[in-house]
Design a protein around this ligand. Structure first.
Ligand code: HEC
Ligand code: HEC
Length: 466
């Protein structure tokens, strides 16, 4: 497709995807009111308006093409037109319709890219995937003709939303704020995606945390998080369903981050406590009319870049050396490190790894605000109290493969006080800690090793807690 069409689609999609009416579509995403209430009411409204415009509502989503979300796109050619019915053929190479059995292409929009209707859009009422027949919601002044080309978009997002509503929403909330109807009964709480922080990733955190990759999210959704209420969804969800849900989760996370970014920006000048300041209304009006639209684009660009950055090759933390042989010596070295001053694991996890180290008894400082917490113990970035893992139980939330534990120690656990050690410890030292940590539940001597040539096999296939 030509560049001209690409950019036209980018401009028009927002309008196209804002689907049809109906009462349900009036449901809105919940505001991040804890933050937004700090703004002048007019500034608060401006943020809401921006989000409505670029993301729409749960049942009326808008695909903001600036963001690296795979919204689902389908290109094709009109085969015949019969009133409101359009029979089409998809261009398989440029269409993500494979495996999409549900009629999510309905409620999407079609943009014609050639013929008399070129540049015109039509909203769809129905799509029958068996016959590839669309039914339009309204007639076009100049109906398309055979062989006219079109592009439709947004069906992945819609598919994702539907599945999310069914499987995830009661815990994670309509807007991904982790505050669904079941959430209040759960500890740990379901993830609030809006900070864009995910714990169990393959990616690094030094010098700055890298986002979760699609594969990281897939792993967590497929396998669940052991020891928490987060269930595993394989084989319940099929591959294409997982793909659609992952895009939806990423989209909600980006929405939340952009909301936070906008509020933070506006709070500088237009916080609620300035409501009596002279000329503040005028100043806000000028800002909203001039610099604000650029800022909206800027923040979306920044957030988007972080998410696409995670997908670049080489972001996964992969040790250069394979796992150190799991010997009594290695475990011993690991234990020394665990208890010692270099790795400081003992401060949180305690001498026996039970998760009751001295830091859980002291008052800690909030690393963002530098204020001392009102209660003893550790807190995460979602302001929830959090306990270091009791390593004697052998339950690993981020996966129990040695590489998972390696990554937890190397990167730390994002959003939690569990720190990374990429600078403080060598690969060998981290592997020793992995061997030790995995031995804690068994509290036994390392197994006698078999003949050297089968050692690698032994440690990956029969090792404890593998
Ligand atoms: C019964 C409640 C429940 C349901 C249903 C549920 N989750 Fe979760 N989810 C949780 C909890 C609790 C956590 C937090 C676990 C933790 O912090 O260790 C979580 C965490 C997550 C995370 C964060 C992973 C990370 O690395 O930080 C993602 C992503 C996620 N869930 C996606 C989903 C998706 C997608 C669905 C639906 C297909 C879903 N969840 C359904 C409870 C639930
Ligand atoms: C400042 C406190 C702190 C220090 C220091 C610390 N941890 Fe942790 N650790 C935690 C917390 C909190 C969690 C639980 C995070 C979560 O999953 O929500 C955790 C979780 C873990 C887990 C469980 C991972 C999983 O997938 O469930 C392992 C293993 C672990 N830590 C090992 C270590 C080792 C080894 C060290 C030393 C190199 C260390 N920790 C240092 C706080 C700490």
């Amino acid at each position: 497709m030509s560049v001209r069409w690409q950019s036209l689609i980018a401009v028009m999609l927002a309008g196209l995807l804002a689907g049809c009416g109906g009462d349900a579509s009036k449901a809105r995403f919940a505001e991040n009111s804890a933050l937004a209430k700090q703004l002048l009411p007019k500034a608060r409204k401006a943020v809401q308006k921006t989000l409505d415009e670029h993301f729409g509502a749960p049942l009326d989503s808008v695909a903001w093409l600036k963001l690296p979300v795979n919204y689902g796109k389908a290109e094709g050619t009109v085969k015949s037109v019969d009133g409101l019915k359009l029979s089409v053929e998809f261009n398989k190479e440029a269409s993500d319709v494979d495996g999409l059995t549900s009629p999510e292409l309905a409620r999407a929009g079609l943009l014609f890219t050639s013929g008399v209707s070129a540049g015109k859009q039509v909203l769809l009422a129905k799509f029958d995937p068996k016959t590839n027949v669309f039914e339009a919601l309204q007639t076009l002044d100049s109906p398309p003709a055979k062989d006219d080309t079109f592009v439709a978009a947004g069906h992945f997002l819609r598919h994702g939303r539907k599945l999310y509503a069914r499987h995830c929403q009661h815990c994670h909330g309509v807007s991904g704020d982790g505050d669904g109807t079941t959430a209040k009964y759960l500890n740990p709480r379901p993830r609030d995606y809006r900070l864009g922080v995910f714990k169990f990733t393959s990616t690094g955190s030094f010098p700055a945390p890298i986002k979760a990759t699609r594969d990281d999210l897939k792993r967590v959704i497929a396998l669940g998080i052991p020891g928490t209420y987060m269930p595993s969804f394989v084989p319940m969800l099929k591959e294409n369903e997982l793909t659609a849900i992952i895009e939806y989760v990423r989209w909600l996370a980006m929405r939340g981050e952009i909301e936070k970014g906008l509020i933070t920006e506006l709070k500088g000048e237009y916080s609620r406590d300035r409501s009596k300041d002279e000329g503040i209304d005028k100043s806000l009006e000028t800002y909203l009319g001039e610099a604000y639209p650029n800022f909206v684009n800027e923040i979306a660009g920044e957030v988007g870049e972080k998410w696409s950055g995670a997908e670049e090759e080489g972001t996964a933390i992969t040790p250069k050396k394979p796992r150190t042989q799991d010997t009594a010596e290695s475990r011993h070295r690991g234990k020394e490190l665990f208890l010692g001053n270099k790795a400081k694991c003992v401060n949180c996890h305690g001498p026996a790894g039970r998760g009751n180290g001295p830091m859980t008894e002291d008052f800690q400082k909030n690393p963002t605000t530098n204020e001392v917490y009102a209660e003893r113990g550790l807190f995460d970035v979602w302001d929830q109290p959090i306990k270091p893992r009791d390593l004697t139980r052998g339950i690993y939330r981020g996966g129990r493969r040695p590489i998972d534990i390696y990554r937890r120690i190397y990167v730390g656990i994002k959003g939690t006080p569990m720190p990374g050690n990429s600078q403080a410890l060598s690969e060998d030292e981290i592997w020793d800690l992995v061997n030790y940590a995995l031995s804690v539940p068994y509290d036994s001597q390392a197994p006698k090793l078999p003949k050297p040539h089968s050692v690698a096999e032994y440690s990956t296939e029969h090792g404890h807690a593998n």
